[in-house]
Design a protein around this ligand. Structure first.
Ligand code: UDP
Length: 326
């Protein structure tokens, strides 16, 4: 399929582009390069632009004879969304509406959308299934839930076929260490731990030690970026016109902040000083996926289930590219 990958020069998008091209699809990338990196994708496939104009998006879909869209282009930092919600509503929500409108105009009716476990807020129980009530507790989660609702309405009224993949914590890097995670500023746990291992930070902060979890720190389900990319490919190939599907994408295993930092110490063989700090606003105590539906409907299974294997793949990227992309 001719697939437009929006946000394809970003962390998860770039891994999806590589997998699509290796699986016989033809990926074209649209990226604003605000957070994305041109070096992460084949130069010939990249169009630089954003989601602010329906006309521009419409022309692009026609120009490249696009048959399906993967939409990764979003701001995805929980703490930033609390401080700057306007940025999140503008880009994540309004940008997505523009895309849906361009797809409606051109009759492109297959969409894989990056949703998030942040749409669940503080779940009543874990693991979280797709039936768990969605009650976000931060603006990031609200913008993604609003996009899910918009897609459902476009699907019923206009025949859009879509899949919303609710990611848990994307992590790791391509096995050969050639592409990986490079955010500026970095806010995510694993890359920050590895930057501390590289001596680029003098310590890592542990945000909150009084959560209702066994060691008092937050628990997350870390899902490898290549396993996420594979979930995109498998669901893309199964989209039904006029139907929407929602899938959790996680390993089903949860690791605490302390366990992740311990893993980073083991993998790197370096001391990583940690300092306990107050809770970060917007953080639920524990998020772990039940991803059985995705497994059942597509045959998907994560290749990375051990935290050390995930951290080791991230370490290959960070140790080869201590300054990130050029
Ligand atoms: N975290 C931390 N120190 C850091 C970065 C993150 O203790 O320097 C914690 C954060 O509070 C959360 C977990 O690690 O409980 C995962 O955070 P991350 O930002 O990686 O992903 P999120 O779950 O917010 O999407």
């Amino acid at each position: 399929m001719k697939v437009l990958v929006i946000g394809g020069a970003g962390y998860i998008g770039s891994h999806a582009v590589r997998l699509l091209n290796r699986s016989g699809h033809d990926a074209t990338v649209l990226d604003s390069l605000v957070l994305g990196h041109a070096e992460a994708v084949p130069a010939a496939s990249l169009t630089v632009g954003d989601l602010s104009s329906v006309d521009f998006l419409t022309e692009l879909l026609v120009r490249d004879s696009i048959e399906a869209v993967m939409h990764f282009a979003a701001f995805a930092s929980v703490p930033e969304s609390v401080i700057e919600p306007a940025k999140y509503y503008e880009n994540n929500l309004i940008g997505t509406i523009h895309l849906l409108e361009a797809m409606r105009r051109t009759g492109v009716s297959r969409l894989v959308f990056s949703s998030t476990c942040a749409t669940y807020g503080i779940p009543e129980s874990v693991p979280i299934t797709e039936e768990t009530a969605q009650r976000p507790i931060n603006p990031y989660g609200f913008t993604k839930l609003a996009c899910e609702r918009a897609m459902a309405d476009y699907s019923r009224a206009y025949g859009l076929g879509f899949v919303a993949l609710r990611y848990f914590n994307a992590s790791g890097a391509a096995e050969d260490g050639s592409i990986g995670e490079d955010h500026d500023p970095e806010t995510h746990l694993i890359p920050i731990a590895l930057q501390a291992a590289l001596g680029k930070r003098d310590h890592i902060a542990i945000y909150g030690n009084d959560y209702p979890t066994p060691d008092g720190t937050c628990i997350r389900d870390y899902i490898h970026v290549d396993d996420l990319a594979e979930a995109h490919r498998l669901t893309l190939e199964r989209i039904e016109p006029g139907a929407g599907r929602y899938y959790n994408v996680g390993t089903g295993r949860g690791f605490s902040v302390r366990e992740v930092i311990e893993s980073a110490r083991r993998v790197t063989g370096r001391p990583i000083p940690a300092v306990e700090k107050p809770r970060r606003p917007g953080d639920p105590p524990a998020l772990v996926a039940a991803a059985d539906l995705l497994r059942r409907n597509t045959g998907w299974a994560p290749r990375y289930t051990e935290i050390d294997a995930i951290v080791a793949s991230a370490w290959r990227w960070h140790s080869k590219h201590p300054e990130g992309y050029a």
